[in-house]
Design a protein around this ligand. Structure first.
Ligand SMILES: [Zn+2]
Length: 558
């Protein structure tokens, strides 16, 4: 909410007074008082006040008197009313545009009738640019009174011209309207069927529902999102991230086009969090970095000095590369999605260009391969300050965990992956391999730095859920009661460190963020309870009261 101007310096004050979404990234000097501040600074772990300058840099942290003495004349005072303050939360592994695009499709999960589906679509359409496809997902005719498959005609009544394409809850069927069907060049009438799929028809005419591979006929004509659509998607992702206390993300696999968009938002003062971007493999974005060096936006909001590669697949779909076959699929040991020599060449190129490497590795074979290749590429630099990382490090041979420490490799892990995967991980791996699965405590004991994140939109972007999963290893229903593989739990302080200080370090941002101390940026979050002292079961329910970046509120709870 924008209130009145307080001075002729205008905008600076406007945005410092608690806007729910920041427009221009102009800032002004401020003081936060009456707070319980976890500074995460060993010298001053707790403080009650914080001051920053007009550039958004912290100038003092400590007692109210000490901070008031150092604050700039005219700094605006904000009363925290006893709230707990932590450094801005950083998600060390996320997909910002992925979240935005997910937020740009209608959520139909749980719709109890066709009428409810239509109502949700009409509501959703209000925010869509003209001409854009209306995409949605999550319908399930089993939830409706009439359990027959829906038809194009039911959508046509409400959407005669805009193309509509809605994926079923399981992703194995799609429901299109006639405007969407008209875009498919192949004649859909007759009695032919694609291999591995089915076009539902009445007589020879398609009804609008496509099953399995038949969905490709429509997916193939959905236009890639245009600039306006992408900008709206990013806007929504930013608002969503700010509302859960995120002030930074490490964007894992950023295309040159995405980097341009982040930079444009930063130019316009609309980028309400700090993005540490990693180029999307051996791509244009990587070429650009090799040619012109690391990217750093003058605002400090966007940086790209690294690249993300993929070694293997994922555990759920049995694509993670394992040293021994899957327990529940004895002929299968997973897949290396990038041939090892190509992966090695990519790492060598990044090393030559002075870039940080982050590589996705989930299975124990994938992790071993990446460690071997990192050792080969880094050579005598392995003990240096390269901060190369393994993304997920999900199932690791116990013999390889100490190698992370030896090679100075960061384990970038996602606590909610453990609690999402725990119902079936043992079926895939058997009991023995679980010892090195989601083994946060073992990494910590081996002296490995843990950067924590969510992998949103695969998991929720909400870091409170990540803190909860890290501390309890339970699902949101509290199961299993003692936590899954409970000896691998982190303490609340360690979990918070993983989402702040250590995430900052993993992104070469420790001189800017991750702690609250003089000289760093005023990125912080006000909470209605203390995440370190609260009972762990309460963590998901802690309220984010406001989120601040460079001393400007980018989100305020209503
Ligand atoms: Zn990811």
């Amino acid at each position: 909410m924008r209130t009145s101007l307080f001075s002729l310096t205008g905008l600076a004050v406007l945005f410092a007074c608690g806007a729910d979404t920041a427009g221009a990234a102009t800032t002004s000097a401020g003081i936060l008082v009456n707070a319980r501040i976890h500074a995460l600074d060993a010298a001053h772990p707790m403080a009650e006040a914080l001051a920053w300058d007009a550039a958004g840099r912290i100038v003092a942290v400590g007692t109210r008197e000490a901070v008031l003495a150092k604050a700039a004349a005219g700094a605006r005072t904000h009363d925290a009313r006893g709230a707990t303050v932590v450094p801005g939360l950083i998600d060390a592994h996320a997909h910002l545009m992925g979240l935005g695009l997910a937020l740009m499709s209608a959520d139909l999960v749980g719709a109890r009738s066709r009428a409810e589906v239509i109502a949700r679509l009409l509501e959703f359409e209000k925010r869509l640019p003209p001409g854009a496809w209306l995409l949605g997902r999550g319908w399930d005719q089993n939830d409706w009174l009439d359990k027959s498959f829906p038809t194009a005609a039911e959508l046509d009544q409400h959407f005669p011209t805009r193309a509509v394409w809605l994926e079923r809850i399981d992703g194995h069927a799609g429901w299109a309207n006639s405007a969407a069907l008209r875009r498919v060049s192949r004649d859909l009438s007759g009695d032919w069927q694609p291999d591995g799929g089915r076009i539902l028809r009445e007589g020879t005419k398609p009804t609008g529902v496509f099953v399995d591979t038949a969905m490709d006929l429509v997916n193939g004509v959905v236009p890639p999102p245009d600039e306006a659509f992408r900008a709206e998607a990013l806007t929504r992702a930013l608002a969503s991230a700010a509302s859960v206390g995120l002030t930074g993300v490490h964007d894992m696999g950023t295309s040159a086009a995405d980097l341009d968009l982040f930079g444009k938002f930063a130019d316009e003062g609309r980028l309400t969090l700090r993005v540490v971007a990693y180029a999307d493999g051996d791509s244009t974005a990587l070429e650009d970095r090799c040619r012109t060096g690391p990217y750093l936006h003058p605002s400090g909001r966007v940086r790209m000095a690294g690249v993300k590669f993929y070694a293997d697949g994922a555990l759920g779909s049995r694509g993670a590369a394992l040293l021994e076959p899957y327990r529940d699929d004895p002929g299968n040991s997973g897949i290396l999605v990038t041939p090892p020599d190509k992966l090695l060449a990519g790492m060598q190129k990044a090393h030559r260009c002075g870039l940080q490497v982050a590589t996705h590795a989930i299975g124990d074979r994938g992790n071993r391969l990446v460690l071997d290749e990192y050792a080969k590429v880094l050579g005598k630099d392995e003990t240096g300050d390269h901060r190369w990382r393994i993304e997920h490090a999900q199932v690791v041979s116990l013999a390889d965990i100490p190698r992370f420490a030896k090679l100075n490799v960061i384990a970038s892990m996602q606590p909610t992956h453990a609690t999402s995967d725990m119902p079936w991980a043992e079926a895939r791996l058997g009991p023995d391999r679980l010892a090195g699965a989601y083994a946060w405590r073992r990494f910590e004991k081996a002296g490995v730095r843990l950067a924590l994140g969510s992998d949103f939109p695969v998991e929720s972007a909400d870091p409170r859920l990540g803190l909860y999963a890290a501390v309890t290893r339970r699902d949101l229903d509290g199961k299993p009661p003692g936590g899954w593989l409970p000896d691998q739990k982190l303490t609340p302080a360690e979990a918070l460190q993983g989402f702040t200080t250590d995430a900052a370090w993993a992104g070469f941002m420790e001189r800017d963020v991750g702690r609250l101390e003089s000289g760093l940026r005023a990125d912080f979050v006000l909470l209605d309870a203390d995440p370190i002292a609260s009972p762990p079961a309460r963590l998901p329910a802690i309220r984010v009261l406001s989120t601040w970046v460079d001393g400007v509120a980018v989100y305020t709870a209503q």
